[in-house]
Design a protein around this ligand. Structure first.
Ligand code: NDP
Length: 294
């Protein structure tokens, strides 16, 4: 078993991004700039946004966190998005999900200028991804593809089983793995809560991507010998063992599955770190104007 080590890959890619950001800053006369809007006080969301902001600073980007109370109206949020869309000194805009119930996430996603949509959730970016056109790719699947690329894993012709069909992870992951490019060229099965005989499906996978949101859901008896196992899950449980007061668990039972896998991502230290890289790369591309001209 070999580790798909998010720490190692993300550290290397962050150095590359930092170098490119410095070159771009000299050329533009300003740093690449990411704005994150956070609504409400969800503990997980606050941690994720803080980490995104910190990572931006580490690679030499400007970052702004716009934080609203949970009772902000949908109208006021959309007005702020429209204002940022017009601001030429802002390259990327993300709105942290989930949003409070009275705000329609679809409206918010579509309100973001697709040229600043560095989360890659806008239907234009998703459609362009499907057609293999330049676009912003959702950060988590993008990070996973960068990880496979880094380790030189030949995915062509392999059977990939993705568990979970969310718009932000499972569905885009299935599209990317099926695309005619490297990494890619897989034969993909996309599974979800209505899939029959899930164990049999997952057992077919040369590559398994678990994005379910249930601790240790993928067990050793679901994984074939030699499979490449990518664990997207981040399940937080309170713990007295850690300083932060919580512990993270993946969707894969790592201890039991790792001995069977040829490659596997740990949690933490795997996909989560690569998600940040996906976001930073998209923001850099947005500032450069290489995906879409400004
Ligand atoms: P969602 O809740 O949006 O989607 C979960 C998916 O899992 C759904 O498609 C659901 O099926 C499927 N599912 C649920 N239960 C079962 C089951 N018993 N059998 C088969 N499929 C099932 O989650 P996300 O995709 O947003 O996130 C998944 C996990 O990844 C979470 O732990 C999240 O925290 C983590 N995550 C990690 C990131 C990172 O950077 N590492 C980034 C984003 C998410 P159905 O559609 O039928 O309901």
């Amino acid at each position: 078993m070999k580790l798909l080590d998010g720490k190692e890959v993300s550290a290397k890619l962050k150095e590359d991004i930092k170098r490119e950001a410095a070159e771009l800053t000299a050329k533009l006369g300003r740093k690449p700039h990411l704005v994150a809007i956070l609504v409400g006080n969800d503990g997980g969301s606050e941690t994720y946004v803080a980490s995104k902001m910190r990572n931006c600073e580490q690679v030499g980007f400007d970052s702004t966190n716009v934080h609203y109370d949970a009772d902000i109206s949908e109208e006021a949020l959309l007005a702020k998005i429209a204002e940022i869309n017009q601001d030429e000194n802002i390259d990327g805009l993300i709105v942290q999900l989930p949003l409070p119930k009275h705000i329609d996430p679809e409206k918010v996603t579509e309100a973001i200028d697709y040229k600043k949509d560095v989360d890659g959730f806008h239907p234009i970016n998703l459609g362009r991804m499907q057609r293999n056109l330049p676009c912003f790719i959702p950060a988590t699947p993008y990070g996973i593809m960068l990880m496979l690329e880094h380790y030189g894993i030949d995915t062509a012709g392999k059977k990939a089983v993705v568990v979970g069909r969310s718009n932000i992870v499972g569905s885009p992951m299935s599209i990317l793995l099926a695309r005619n490019s490297q990494p890619g060229n897989c034969t993909v099965t996309l599974t979800h809560s209505r899939t029959k005989n899930l164990q049999e499906e997952v057992l077919q996978g040369d590559i398994i991507v678990a994005a379910i949101g249930k601790k240790n859901f993928v067990t050793a008896d679901m994984v074939k010998e030699g499979a490449i196992v990518i664990d997207v899950g981040i399940n937080r449980e309170t713990s007295t063992e850690t300083k932060s007061g919580f512990k993270l668990y993946g969707d894969v039972d790592f201890e039991a599955v790792a001995p069977k896998a040829s490659w596997i991502t740990p949690v933490p230290g795997g996909v989560g770190l690569m998600t940040i890289i996906g976001l930073l790369k998209n923001t850099l591309e947005a500032a450069k104007g290489t995906v879409y001209t400004k």
